[in-house]
Design a protein around this ligand. Sequence first.
Ligand SMILES: Nc1ncnc2c1ncn2[C@@H]1O[C@H](COP(=O)(O)OP(=O)(O)OP(=O)(O)O)[C@@H](O)[C@H]1O
Ligand SMILES: [Mg+2]
Length: 274
Amino acid sequence: MYLEFYGLRENPFNVTSDPSFLYLSHTHKEAINHLLYGIQQRKGFVELTGEVGAGKTTICRSLLNKLDEKTKTSLIFNSSLPENQLLEAILNDFGIIPERRSKVIFLRQLNDFLLDQLSVGNNAVLIIDEAQNLRASTLETIRMLSNFETEKEKLLQIVLVGQPQLREKLNSPNLLQLRQRISVRFHVRALEKNEVQRYIEHRLSVAGASGNLAFSPEAIEKIYIHSGGIPRVINIVCDKALLMGFVHETYLIDKEILQKSVEEIEGQFSTVAV
Ligand SMILES: Nc1ncnc2c1ncn2[C@@H]1O[C@H](COP(=O)(O)OP(=O)(O)OP(=O)(O)O)[C@@H](O)[C@H]1O
Ligand SMILES: [Mg+2]
């Protein structure tokens, strides 16, 4: 609605996990490096956790762009799939056509595929997003996938991505075997205060902002307080603030505009809660 007024090519504060908007904050950069390390060093299991809206899915999508064609990937977003459908989805991602819909066949074909990949010097990665929703039985099957190995190395690197409950889940006694195999762990933090401004400027510039649109330092401070540095919350409040700025025909988003935006958002939430 406000795009034309501000001369923007696209919405700067969409809440989709579009990697083209990636701002490499300290924590996001570290997260990607940990994942790359775990995958390239064939560490087997890698765990990535972070608060709701911290940027985990965005990190996964950005990671895919960083892997070369010698790394075959499967990215599963629907972690609540029943076990067999999950296996089939993994096979599909790797371009394997299942001979039959049976767990034994799926596992055999996957193992053959992974050995083939190793023989030509390739690596394979399975990334499971929203892994906090995986059932215990499915987690057990995933643990079995990590048994695909030669004497020297893991054939499949498995990245489990999820909200903090994932860690709690993995702490349960019946998943001890899996937990012990996780060799790389990283928790995505919220943005620090000084990163919030750079994050906002980065997203504005990717969306084509020319420079006359600005957030005042007091407005940024308010955004930080309201969001606690969580990117999705920053996006929601900034989107609202741009709409509010457009209504008031101003290019400077100041603390009054921010205040109104926050009030509207909180008002909306309390309406929903009622
Ligand atoms: N480093 C970043 N650079 C740019 N945008 C980001 C970054 N991190 C998060 N975002 C944005 O914040 C929003 C939420 O990110 P994302 O969906 O990746 O979070 P999440 O941790 O996967 O959330 P959930 O816990 O709900 O799965 C998205 O719009 C995303 O583009
Ligand atoms: Mg996500």
